[in-house]
Design a protein around this ligand. Structure first.
Ligand code: NAD
Ligand code: ZN
Length: 359
């Protein structure tokens, strides 16, 4: 089985490159009903960046709160239906924000052209038609959502992405000036998502020279940002983290994530924990699987005075732990990658419950 993936069509990289957007989208303005939909992280409401949006009076600008929950199928369907009913079909969608907004922009771009609820399309290659033009501007780095071919949505039944080649952004603008305002805790958790992507990508059977090259480079950038002589928040590190996020995303696209992500999905779906934080909660307890990766992760925690809660599972019911184990178990591609072709002989609901009890 060979993976044949589509990458982002165009990428702008550079401090201040946000200002290139007006020119980039100008040539797309004649498409469909001639207006753009901007979905912007609510953090930027009333901030300077909001004044710099190249939005015309015809455009729709929506500030969306990415907290407390991750994007839902219901949220996408509702926004799509409302925009279509009031304005018609946009020329394109522009997402400005973190992984949450990236996924909203990617998902809604597809749902403008695919009928019915987005719940129908959660999975691989279920989308029937290409979406409308979509452009992503990440403002926090780590998830790799800016480059991945999935838009992760939580639906009534599952947390699963709309995954196909049309999900990938047509254009991404990587302007690392935009991530300077990210609070330290979020900078840490989201950056660690990249770190964990790379550790998991390289420690599994789907690892290959192509995915490994991206993982190694992204890991070395993460080490400079979080452990190096000039570790911490500065412009140079923001550049590096932004590139690491993209490379981490590419690494896992051509390989796969593993046990930490499987557990993390359970924590998000059942307990509502956010992706990157949930990864950190789980990863600290996976030293027997990810060895030096976990040791190094703990060094980073220490260096940046980040304290993760312990003994969380003591307050969870058996029902909750069982439900999380089922969510995790069903991510069969992750176990296959992490444990091997015979993973079903080694991994059971009971053994996954034991992993959750470590938390
Ligand atoms: P996020 O988008 O949820 O944002 C985290 C927080 O940072 C929010 O409070 C937001 O307002 C704030 N923020 C963002 N930019 C800021 C800035 N410049 N200054 C100050 N605050 C800022 O965070 P995330 O961790 O990037 O994304 C998590 C989401 O990404 C989850 O929904 C997860 O499912 C998804 N995800 C998707 C993929 C993918 O490949 N599609 C991969 C991993 C995770
Ligand atoms: Zn992740």
């Amino acid at each position: 089985m060979y993976k044949n993936f589509k990458n982002i069509e165009k990428v702008v990289f550079g401090r201040g490159s946000f200002s290139a957007m007006a020119e980039i989208i100008a040539e797309k303005r004649n498409e469909n009903d001639g207006f753009f939909l901007f979905v912007v992280d609510n953090y930027f409401f009333g901030k300077e960046l909001a004044d710099r949006l190249p939005a015309l009076p015809i455009d729709v600008v929506r500030f969306i709160d990415p907290d407390p929950h991750e994007p839902t199928t219901e949220q996408i369907d509702k926004l799509r239906d409302e925009i279509v009913a009031t304005k018609g079909l946009p020329a394109g969608v522009i997402g400005i924000g973190g992984g949450t907004i990236m996924d909203i922009a990617k998902a809604i771009s597809l749902m403008f052209t695919n009928e019915g609820s987005s719940t129908l399309y959660q999975g691989l290659n279920l989308i029937k038609k290409p979406g409308i033009y979509h452009l992503g501007v990440p403002t926090i780095s780590g998830t790799g959502a800016e480059v991945s071919m999935t838009a992760v949505l939580t639906g009534p039944e599952k947390k699963l992405g709309l995954k196909c080649e049309w999900t990938v952004f047509n254009q991404v603008i990587l302007d690392s000036e935009l991530i300077a305002t990210v609070p330290v805790d979020k900078w840490f958790y989201t950056g660690m998502d990249t770190y964990i992507h790379c550790i998991e990508s390289q420690l599994g059977i789907l690892n290959n020279a192509y995915s490994l090259a991206y993982a190694q480079q992204a890991l070395s950038l993460c080490r400079e940002v979080y452990l190096g002589e000039k570790a911490g928040r500065n412009a140079e590190n923001d550049d590096k983290l932004m590139v690491a996020s993209m490379m981490g995303g590419l690494s896992l696209t051509y390989s796969e994530v593993g046990i930490c992500h499987a557990l993390s999905y359970g924590l998000s779906k059942i307990l509502g924990e956010k992706h990157c934080y949930a990864n950190c909660l789980a990863f600290q307890h996976l030293e027997d699987f990810y060895g030096v990766g976990v040791v190094e992760f703990k060094e980073m925690l220490k260096k940046h005075n980040v304290q993760l809660p312990q003994n969380l599972s003591a307050s969870w019911t058996d029902e909750q732990i069982t439900a999380m184990a089922h969510v995790a178990y069903n991510l069969t591609h992750m176990w296959y990658h992490a444990i091997g072709t015979n993973w079903k002989e080694k991994v059971t609901i009971v053994s996954i419950k034991e992993l959750y009890k470590r938390l």
